[in-house]
Design a protein around this ligand. Structure first.
Ligand code: ZN
Ligand code: ZN
Length: 139
């Protein structure tokens, strides 16, 4: 089992957002980097393997802090909250079988139009595409 020492690359990210590098914060960043769009429970499961003494409350606190400083964005989807370290505009595709969320690259300048929102000022459009991922399609 590797020792829970903040890695230099995670320390740099934390400093960039004005946060002190603690081992707990470094583990949460590592989890967010290693897992694709995890929810708090998935981050907690990952953190437990790295540092068994880490509590779910700590994970929640760290994620909340990261969200407050803009290090992560929050995706609320199907009643769950997923965390994303990629903060610039992007869509997601969701596998209805395994629940996996994957980034979709779409030109943000490509706007969708709808007659009933013609008088609105649309500031953002984030789409969730739905389907079956390649692994589930094969199964
Ligand atoms: Zn799938
Ligand atoms: Zn994403």
């Amino acid at each position: 089992m590797p020792k829970a020492v903040p890695e230099k690359r995670f320390e740099a990210v934390l400093r960039q957002y004005g946060l002190r590098a603690t081992p707990q914060r470094a583990i949460v960043i590592e989890a967010l980097t290693e897992l694709s769009h995890p929810d708090a429970e998935a981050v907690f499961a990952y953190a437990q393997r790295r540092q068994p003494s880490m509590s779910l409350a700590t994970v929640y606190n760290v994620l909340e802090k990261f969200h407050a400083v803009g290090l992560v964005t929050l995706l609320a989807f199907h009643g769950r909250r997923y965390f994303d370290t990629r903060v610039e505009h992007h869509d997601h595709v969701h596998c209805r079988q395994c629940g996996r969320l994957t980034d979709v690259s779409r030109d943000p300048k490509t706007r969708l139009v709808a007659p009933n929102v013609a008088s609105w000022v649309i500031e953002d459009q984030k789409l969730v595409w739905e389907g079956l991922c390649p692994a589930c399609r094969e199964a």
